[in-house]
Design a protein. Structure first.
Length: 365
């Protein structure tokens, strides 16, 4: 089993939900990248659970940088960020919670895994992704690349779509949702989504949702054909987020309804710049960014911990039995995952952009 990603940068995620700490170490970062602790804390705060209105930062949400930073900037050594864990309260017997990783991890690792609260497989580990992501997002911003995500769908309620081609319009919309606790373009739609979430929570249930992300300002040429395509690397990282079960770029599965003549993005010359009239390809051709906004949607399953009665099997005897979970219910995880999706996007784009000429990075480090 490995928990490492990357080619130009190499990231390892470590720790378990109820172990000593969780952390991330990132090797290969250029020296001199600013590390803005305020931006990092703000990013981590965006992971707050649904209905958590607390203003105080919990000790387990405080990032500690233990290597790789000198005087507020990366120093070329691996950047390592850790978070202490809250001490577990009480015992945590082994159970195979439906649709969690309990059974698969136990079987793969021969029972040696730390199963407490999902162990290494827990959504808790995404805190470290948000921390590193904030550093990479800031560096990308300095090169003119902006990343942002909104909640696109929950149940049958849909927010306005991300504009396809108008970069200024996208920027305005992303700026408007940046600091919203529930990141929708249309707050009325957000209210309808919250009603769905609250209704599910009352029944001890959870709901799924879809996020939509845009990357703007990306130069032409990011990504490779075949294995390191921009789509491939982004999808690889999106599927590293616990709870993600689908990713589509541009028109995505909608292409199944179209003819080629309807589905092509026609080239145009806009004041000397080569652009496309529509953006059904989601800003990517042949695995390589084409200069248009990169747009993709990520589907999150409903959180598997529900308080309704379920069926499972005993880990030892495999006897079928009824299960009623009492653990904390998070009725919706997708909206708190938008910062994780933004961070994973930053990791993918940053890693691929390091392949490009140094002048692309003008002044970022
Ligand atoms: C930020 C975040 C928080 C999560 N919190 C919970 C949670 O409180 N309860 C839960 O059942 N699942 C939660 N999950 C999802 C599970 O970790 C995930 O569904 C499970 O590990 C199985 O992985 P899979 O859905 O990718 O197959 C969370 C995911 C993320 C990204």
């Amino acid at each position: 089993m490995t928990s490492t990603f990357g080619r130009n940068i190499r990231i390892t995620v470590f720790g378990e939900a109820q172990g000593e700490c969780i952390g991330i170490t990132c090797d290969g970062l250029p020296a001199g990248m600013p590390v803005d602790m305020q931006a990092m804390k703000a990013a981590i705060a965006k992971r707050k659970a649904y209905g958590d209105d607390s203003t105080e930062t919990k000790p387990e949400d405080i990032p500690h940088i233990i290597s790789g930073m000198t005087g507020g900037a990366t120093n070329g050594a691996p950047l390592t960020i850790i978070f202490e864990n809250k001490k577990p309260s009480g015992e945590s017997p082994l159970i195979f919670r439906p649709s969690h990783a309990d059974y698969t991890a136990y079987t793969k690792l021969g029972g040696y895994n730390d199963h407490r609260a999902g162990g290494h497989f827990s959504g808790r580990l995404t805190a470290v992704i948000a921390a590193l992501g904030s550093v990479l997002r800031e560096a990308l911003k300095a090169t003119g690349v902006h990343i942002g995500t909104h909640v696109s769908q929950c149940g049958d309620v849909r927010d306005d779509d991300m504009p396809e081609t108008d970069v200024l319009d996208i920027m305005e919309k992303l700026t408007a949702v940046e600091n919203k606790a529930f990141a929708v373009f249309d707050d009325e739609k957000g209210e309808e989504m919250r009603e769905l979430i609250d209704a599910a929570a009352e029944e001890g249930d959870t709901v799924g949702g879809v996020l939509e992300t845009a990357v703007i300002g990306l130069p032409v040429g990011v990504g490779s054909p075949f294995f390191d395509s921009l789509e491939g690397v982004l999808a690889h990282l999106m599927f590293a987020v616990p709870g993600v079960k689908g990713v589509e770029f541009g028109m995505g599965f909608g292409f199944g309804y179209l003819n080629g003549s309807e589905a092509n993005d026609q080239w145009v010359n806009e004041d000397g710049a080569v652009r496309t009239k529509s953006n059904m390809s989601g800003g990517i051709n042949g695995g390589i960014s084409n200069g248009m906004p990169v747009i993709f949607r990520t589907a999150f399953r409903p959180a598997p911990t529900v308080h309704t009665k379920q069926q499972t099997v005993d880990p030892v005897t495999h006897e079928e039995k009824e299960l009623e979970l009492k653990a904390h219910l998070d009725p919706a995880i997708f909206h708190r995952a938008r910062i994780i999706v933004d961070s994973m996007t930053a990791i993918a784009v940053f890693d691929l952009m390091l392949d490009m000429k140094r002048d692309i990075w003008k002044g970022a480090f």
